[in-house]
Design a protein around this ligand. Structure first.
Ligand code: HEM
Length: 261
């Protein structure tokens, strides 16, 4: 079938099915013109067809359903995240994914793998910074290696809540201070994925570092993974609370050291 020259381009990637293989949850990176967000979890859902692959005209209900199907989130957790997200960006109805990046909506400075929003700009950059992904992984490997007294490979390392605490402190030192709500959001984002993926690797509990690197760096699910439990809001609150307490303890300790010098 041919269209007149004035016909808008036909987006073959709007559906949930992979345009290359025809399968529904195959990974397919975004194509030119597709919309993506500042959130690795949501972009991963688009890349795997849990929401429209073009990232456009996305309803809150589509995100809610996607979060449950893709990550196994409980109904209350999926509702809180979705309604909270839409309220903070002050939108109703369908959005293009880049709209989630409204600065100081959900979006905040001191992200793990994204640059801060340039001053005067309304939306934060969506681009993943490969250097920040490498830094995230190498700092965690360094700490894990020091704790066992030998050089570990990334494949041997798991990411724990303590690693996220150190990461958050490292990143927050480089930006303007976050307000309490955005600091809480920043911990919560990571608490969710720790809960979704946590497993025991050689006696140590955490998320395999290669899974985190792939997800943060290429917005792709671990090969062959599917949810094996329901991830609850209560678990996320508990993890975030533990991280908040540990961050406070470390920062208070740093303050004391500063005073005594
Ligand atoms: C399974 C559920 C989710 C997980 C695991 C998750 C995880 C994450 C992580 C780890 C980041 C930080 C990226 C970075 O620091 O570079 C992030 C950022 C973000 N997420 Fe999500 N997210 C989830 C759901 C959502 C939902 C439902 C929304 C909104 C409707 C949302 C909106 C955002 C936004 C706006 C950011 C940018 C925050 C920043 O400035 O770093 N996320 N998310």
């Amino acid at each position: 079938m041919s269209f007149p020259a004035t016909h808008p381009s036909v987006d073959k990637k709007s559906g949930k099915t992979c345009p290359v293989t025809g399968e529904s949850h195959e990974y397919q990176p975004p194509a030119t013109g597709d919309a993506r967000s500042v959130c690795p979890a949501i972009n991963t859902m688009a890349n795997h067809g849990y929401i429209r692959r073009d990232g456009k005209k996305i309803s809150p209900y589509a995100i809610y359903r996607g979060l449950k199907a893709c990550y196994g989130l409980s109904t209350p957790l999926a509702i809180v995240l979705t309604t909270g997200g839409w309220l903070l960006i002050k939108r109703l109805g369908r959005i293009n994914l880049f709209e989630l990046g409204l600065h100081n909506g959900v979006e905040h400075d001191a992200s793990v793998v994204h640059a801060d929003c340039p001053s005067g700009q309304k939306d934060a950059p969506v681009a993943i910074e490969p250097k920040l992904v490498d830094e995230f992984a190498s700092e965690i490997v360094k700490t894990a290696s020091a704790s066992v007294g030998r050089e570990l490979a990334e494949a041997e390392v798991v990411v724990t809540g303590h690693d996220i605490v150190r990461t958050r402190i490292r990143r927050e030192k480089l930006s303007k201070p976050l307000d309490a709500m955005h600091a809480e959001i920043a911990r919560g984002e990571m608490a969710i994925i720790l809960g979704v993926w946590q497993k025991t690797v050689e006696g140590k509990e955490g998320v395999p570092l290669p899974w985190m690197r792939t997800w943060l760096g290429t917005e792709r699910l671990p090969e062959g993974w599917s949810p094996d439990h329901v991830q609850t809001l209560r678990d996320v609150v508990k993890r975030s609370g533990a991280m908040r307490a540990e961050m406070k303890k470390i920062k208070d300790g740093e303050g004391e050291t500063g005073k005594s010098q």
